[in-house]
Design a protein around this ligand. Structure first.
Ligand code: PBG
Length: 335
């Protein structure tokens, strides 16, 4: 860029900021509801209802879920991500309920598809909602998650959900080689069009706390997930993880958590020519809600800025508990 020194500026960046027509003409990044994915918690009976560490987020029963899907679709949201809350009586050390074709997730998929066939349904592939110990896979003798045994179950879980009508399966477990195994079984059994969105660079983060309250794994979880989720200190390792998942057949790769990890999103987007998803996780939601509740942040401005920053960092799509609210605001501002 040519910079003239010595004379008063002829180059005035402020010129393009003086009026909204100019600002919106030169705006580099935009956000539309179609880029938002709404995570939803599904529960039955006494387990449904509000989540104290996520004010404004509710565990929905199947009827409420179906109604919510219709409303989200009307607002332009194209995809929901389902997270089941499993009663303790159905949990065991192996998480076998994950393979039940009549389990909560398959029934939730059916309920959504019946009410709103147009909305895409994404489901997590991992065992943590189903295990008594709260880990994403099977534990070995030393209390570590056994990679290969876990992958064997995850591929079956993916098949159960694909049969139930899931459009997108999202392995969130961080086992090595699981994307390839899931891709193989989907191809083999006639589900070649099921999309794999892999949690490719998923960090062992403190920001998942409220989610674990929501699905009831917080108190159950023994130890932490650092022997399979990534070290928050690392960035080269994220490139390796993403590269492997793409090679194994992932269609979309995700970075998680979101806002503290925007540098990872940018690196992934610059390096790989694939769609990138970001997850604004439960702890980020809780932080925003707490500051907003105290009157310290303006809800709409802070939230819309945060979501736009995900787009600027290179995320093509964003999972956010604020998806519905953001879509409503986007609709209002378009009118
Ligand atoms: C489970 C899973 C987690 C989240 C999504 N899928 C929690 C975890 O890994 O412990 C976190 C989402 C959030 O915090 O909003 N595999």
């Amino acid at each position: 860029m040519l910079v003239t020194t010595g004379s008063f500026p002829f180059v005035r960046p402020r010129r393009l900021r003086q009026a909204e027509f100019l600002r919106s003409m030169v705006r580099e990044t935009r956000l539309v509801p179609q880029q938002l994915i709404q995570p939803l918690f599904v529960a039955e009976g006494a387990l449904k209802g509000p989540i104290s560490s996520m004010p404004g987020v509710v565990r929905l029963d199947l009827e409420e879920l179906a109604r919510e899907a219709v409303e989200l679709h009307k607002l332009g949201i194209g995809c929901i991500a389902l997270f089941p809350v499993i009663p303790p009586s159905l949990k065991n050390d192996e998480g076998t309920e994950a393979l039940n074709p009549n389990g909560l997730v398959p029934r939730a998929i059916a309920a959504v598809k019946k009410a709103c066939p147009e909305i895409a349904v994404m489901v997590d592939i991992a065992l943590d909602p189903y295990t008594t110990h709260g880990h994403d896979g099977l534990l070995d003798k030393n209390g570590l998650v056994d990679n290969d045994e876990t992958v064997e179950i995850l591929r079956r879980q993916a098949l159960v959900y694909a049969r139930a009508g899931a459009d997108i399966v999202a392995p969130s477990d961080m086992m090595d080689g699981r994307v390839g195994q899931i891709r193989q079984v989907l191809e083999r059994d006639g589900y070649k069009n099921v999309v794999i969105l892999s949690y490719a660079a998923k960090y062992a983060s403190a920001f998942y706390g409220p989610f674990r309250d929501a699905v009831g794994t917080a108190s159950a979880l023994k130890g932490d997930k650092r022997n399979y989720q990534m070290d928050p200190a690392n960035t080269d390792e994220a490139m390796r993880e993403v590269e492997l998942d793409i090679a194994e057949g992932a269609d979309i790769v995700m970075v998680k958590p979101g806002m503290p990890y925007l540098d990872i999103i940018r690196r992934v987007k610059d390096r790989f020519e694939v769609p990138v998803a970001a997850y604004q996780v439960s702890g980020e939601y809780a932080m925003l809600r707490a500051a907003i509740a105290n009157g310290w942040l303006d809800e709409k401005k802070a939230l819309m800025e945060a979501l736009l920053c995900f787009r600027r960092a290179g995320a093509d799509m964003i999972l956010t508990y604020y998806a519905k609210q953001a879509a409503q605001w986007l609709k209002e501002s378009a009118q």
